[in-house]
Design a protein around this ligand. Structure first.
Ligand SMILES: *Cc1c(COP(=O)(O)O)cnc(C)c1O
Length: 539
């Protein structure tokens, strides 16, 4: 090697190893390059045109046509992924035979390659891998079949609804309140944070979804990297005192409703030890498993030098199974699953569960070997599962979100800290600090519609989405949550695009006293009102 080459290589290495004080790898090029792009039909300067459409849509962002979003469309990171060339090539090789198509076997192999041997399907008569068209369909099947098991005549018919006197009084009153909202509900499924569809599917089966997030989450500890943890003390006391009510325990990785924040390996392991002790199954809602593992690798001491695929297998050893939307870390546009560990406590407890699931899946989705997806989709998904655990992909993905968070902080715009793996949550209450902002004005809705006129689409996850209007009275969510979510689609945007969103929000923040309230013109009292309602800017 020439002297000059020897001299410069370490310099180049310093350049890429340089740790930005906030986000490592700030100066890395993206680990991929574009091979196909889409031009927007509508230029960013079409403000008046967008203002007209916003009004026509009644300020309902879901109704706004996507091709008129000239900036960033951050409505959701779900299914909005840009697929790789390898995935597209797999789609062309898709096999559309009705039963046991090629992609099915490829996916079965990939699932055990990704999540570990205990998820290997051994016998098609007793499948442990159930494919669905998306996550919520898997949840629906799962909780419906669990409910059927719980109602079996020989299933312990203890229906005394009193809670143990020894239960922590605050937790007890929270559970009592939740149970009182559901007639004759007895069973409870605790979680660090149930996603809204998971919650809805649990409630639909008259089981009570209970969130027991960790203290750091409740107390908003800003530099705690694992705010997605489940509260181990509360879990332990629930299992000690109320385990007859608890068919299983859930951990959502990463915790979407809690800000996309991760659970630590240590927390998962402790949850496993406790659930094992009481013979209660533990499940993941595994939509963002790879992003969660990235945080474990970065912030948990024993994992710094371990490969992502190895850590994935290690954490999945702790669970009896998982539900998953592959529209997130499957890196595909559609797909979901319910995947059971072969050694699952659940299967021992409920030996008829698989049979029920097969029936339910065939009745609602399709034969077990395609489950609501085309054969080509199964191949694309298998490829996506290989890509999502790449170190270079995950470094870029999560750091991009974190860099975006840093920009908000630099500009003094309040967000939930630390930033999670897939989205930035802008804190609406703090955003409007200093201006009169009563809840019934719903300024968050006005803010996001003004941002839409600027060219960027985000969603409200706050007092409108989670609040309720009953008998003329508005109830904000309890515990209070009031955010706008900027969900970052995978492999779609460059930093420059995302930073332009912060610039637009900065203008809105500077002139926040000019942001009006909104008048609700339709749907205030409807369930799932965020998706249906229309509004008008107040003058
Ligand atoms: C998206 C999501 C789901 C539901 O999946 P869909 O594919 O949208 O039906 C469940 N849980 C979490 C944490 C999610 O983010």
């Amino acid at each position: 090697m020439s002297k000059a080459v020897k001299f410069f290589i370490p310099k180049f290495r310093d350049l890429i190893n340089r740790e930005d004080s906030k986000c490592q790898t700030y100066y890395h090029p993206r680990p991929y390059r574009n091979t196909s792009v889409r031009f927007r039909p509508s230029p960013i300067s079409n403000f008046e045109e967008r203002a007209k459409i916003v009004e026509k849509c009644g300020l309902n962002v879901f109704a706004f046509p996507a091709d008129q979003v000239s900036g960033c469309d951050l409505l959701s990171d779900s299914g909005s992924t840009c697929m790789t060339m390898e995935q597209w090539s797999k789609l062309l090789l898709g096999d559309e035979s009705y039963g046991s198509n090629e992609g099915y076997f490829e996916l079965l192999d990939q699932i055990s390659d990704t999540f570990g041997d205990s998820f290997k399907q051994k016998d098609f008569r007793n499948p442990n891998i159930f494919i669905f068209h998306q996550g919520r369909a898997a949840e629906n099947a799962f909780f419906t079949c669990i409910k059927q098991e719980l109602l079996e005549p020989e299933g312990k018919q203890k229906r005394d609804n009193l809670f143990s006197k020894d239960l922590n009084p605050v937790l007890k009153s929270r559970i009592e309140y939740l149970c009182s909202q559901q007639k004759n509900a007895f069973f409870i499924i605790p979680s660090n944070g149930h996603f809204d569809t998971t919650e809805a599917n649990i409630i639909y089966n008259n089981i009570v979804p209970l969130n027991i997030p960790c203290k750091e989450h409740i107390n908003k500890i800003e530099n705690y990297p694992f705010r997605g943890n489940i509260n181990i003390e509360e879990l332990e006391s629930l299992l000690l005192l109320e385990r007859e009510r608890i068919p299983l325990v859930y951990i959502t990785i990463t915790n979407n409703i809690g800000g996309g924040q991760p659970a630590s390996f240590d927390n998962i392991k402790k949850a496993r030890e406790i659930t094992m002790k009481y013979n209660i199954p533990l499940f993941f809602d595994a939509c963002r498993f790879a992003e969660n593992v990235w945080f474990i690798q970065k912030f948990e001491n024993n994992f710094k030098n371990k490969d992502i695929p190895k850590i994935v297998k290690e954490i999945f050893k702790s669970v009896d199974g998982f539900t998953v939307s592959f529209k997130k870390d499957g890196l595909v546009n559609m797909g979901g699953g319910l995947i059971l560990n072969n050694n699952s406590i659940l299967l021992k407890k409920y030996p008829k569960l698989q049979e029920r699931l097969i029936n339910y899946q065939i009745q609602t989705e399709g034969h077990t070997t395609y489950g609501g997806l085309a054969g080509r989709d199964l191949k694309g998904l298998a490829e996506g599962l290989r890509t999502v655990v790449r170190q270079d992909y995950l470094d870029h993905r999560v750091n991009q979100v974190r860099r975006l968070g840093e920009k908000f902080i630099e500009y003094g715009i309040p967000i939930i800290k630390p930033a999670g793996g897939h989205a930035i949550y802008l804190e609406v209450d703090r955003f409007f600090e200093g201006v009169d902002n009563p809840d019934e004005e719903f300024r968050g809705i006005a803010l996001l519609n003004l941002l839409l006129i600027a060219g960027h689409r985000v969603s409200e996850l706050g007092i409108y989405a989670f609040g309720k209007h009953v008998n003329g009275i508005e109830f904000p969510p309890n515990p209070r949550a009031n955010s706008l979510r900027l969900a970052i689609p995978r492999l779609v945007y460059e930093d420059q695009d995302l930073l332009s969103v912060v610039e637009a929000i900065k203008i809105l923040h500077e002139y926040k006293d000019k942001i009006p309230g909104v008048e609700i013109t339709y749907g205030r009292e409807l369930p799932l009102r965020l998706f249906k309602s229309t509004f008008k800017f107040k003058d």
